[in-house]
Design a protein around this ligand. Structure first.
Ligand code: SAM
Ligand code: SF4
Ligand code: SF4
Length: 353
């Protein structure tokens, strides 16, 4: 039988149409989770993500015409949901620096997927209400320390802890509780804040997630000896507040879950360096300019923006996405070495964390 092919556009290899069946990649992983980066810009210069020596006034961020419009993002998101995506997370860069973001949230909320947002929290006091009203269901706020001096040094724009905490409270008051609070743990920089962070949010209903410092991008000067293994984080917390492991809430959940034995809530650990979870990785990333990435550590993406702007049909776009997913074999974290850590990779602020 001759397979029918959809001509996508000149210069692009034709791909077979998407037949509507379940999508699995070469390691039998389904597509479930889509992260959408809405901007490559940020008002912070976190030392592990956008070091200011690189992301300075001469850095060329994307121009307005290069980035996907809300309508383009919403069209793609609708196609993805139709292909099995259940969770959409808006990220960046800092998503809340994109003007009028609640309008996009409203457009995506209509699709019925679980809709979440990751933010540095700096402007949440202003935006939390509008985001919740537009249909946002869940929020993750990054906060690396409760020590004001350490936090100001890590965000490198002198931003105070107190304002992020106000943002977390504003999000909870707007109905976005429980808030997930992400802390990237870097040895020698903020690892002494692990226990204070656990203690501060115990019993609050919010969930702190301790993230191993990763070798994303090529600019943060990552070193293995600055990674604090999650096992050490759990041990340090459990010595003071006994913990027990709990089951993942769904297949492919990134965070390992632990709860306080005294019932004061739970924490999560994201161990992408010491306990890679590529086996169950069901995530795709859509960059600000419409490139599709099958792995956080990818070196290149697949251009969906050109398809959109050259008038491709939904069927044509679906066929392209299916072909990308079915060819996927990424398992970077499983095969990480000091060599791969030095390879050029796309920056996290661009691809979407
Ligand atoms: N600006 C938003 C924020 O900071 O929450 C969203 C984008 S940020 C890239 C998403 C998440 O990635 C944040 O929680 C951040 O701490 C985390 N992240 C950034 N660089 C990282 C690195 N090198 N290792 C581990 N996590 C990192
Ligand atoms: Fe900005 Fe988030 Fe990266 Fe920090 S981690 S520089 S807040 S994008
Ligand atoms: Fe998924 Fe790539 Fe991370 Fe592995 S390294 S869990 S494939 S994003």
């Amino acid at each position: 039988m001759v397979m029918k092919v959809i001509p996508i556009r000149s210069g692009r290899a034709p791909v077979p149409p998407y037949d509507g069946g379940p999508l699995a990649d070469t390691l039998e992983r389904p597509l479930r989770d889509l992260r959408i980066s809405v901007t490559d810009r940020c008002n912070f210069r976190c030392v592990y993500c956008m070091p200011r020596e690189v992301f300075d006034s001469s850095y060329r961020f994307l121009a307005h015409g290069e980035i996907l419009s809300f309508e383009e993002i919403a069209r793609l998101a609708r196609i993805f949901v139709g292909m099995g995506v259940k969770k959409i997370r808006l990220t960046g860069g800092e998503p809340l620096v994109r003007r009028d973001l609640p309008r996009l949230v409203g457009m995506l909320a209509e699709l019925g997927a679980d809709l979440a947002l990751t933010t540095n929290g700096s402007t949440l006091v202003k935006h939390a209400g509008a985001l919740a009203q537009a249909g946002l269901k869940r929020i993750t706020v990054s906060l690396d320390s409760l020590d004001d001096a350490i936090f100001r040094a890590m965000n490198d724009v002198d931003f105070p802890v107190a304002k992020v905490i106000e943002g977390i409270e504003a999000a909870a008051a707007a109905g976005l509780a429980p808030v997930k609070i992400n802390m990237v743990v870097k040895r020698g920089t903020n690892d002494r804040d692990v226990l204070p962070m656990a203690e501060r949010w115990r019993g609050s209903g919010h969930i702190v997630r301790f993230i191993e410092y990763m070798d994303v991008g090529s600019t943060n000067g990552w070193r293995m000896d600055e990674v604090v293994p999650s096992a050490e984080v759990v041990r340090r917390i459990a010595e003071r507040f006994p913990l027990e492991p709990i089951d993942a809430s769904y297949a492919g959940e990134v965070a390992g879950r632990w709860r306080y034995r005294d019932g004061a809530g739970e924490i999560g650990v994201i161990s992408s360096v010491t306990q890679a979870f590529c086996r169950s990785c069901n995530r795709l990333r859509l960059s600000t300019e419409g490139q599709l990435f099958t792995c956080l550590f990818a070196q290149s993406g697949h251009d969906l923006k050109s398809l959109l702007r050259e008038g491709a049909s939904d069927d044509g776009i679906r066929a392209e996405i299916a072909a990308v997913w079915r060819a996927r074999g990424d398992r970077y974290s499983e095969i990480r070495t000091s060599e791969t850590a030095r390879m050029p990779k796309v920056e996290m602020s661009y691809i979407g964390g």
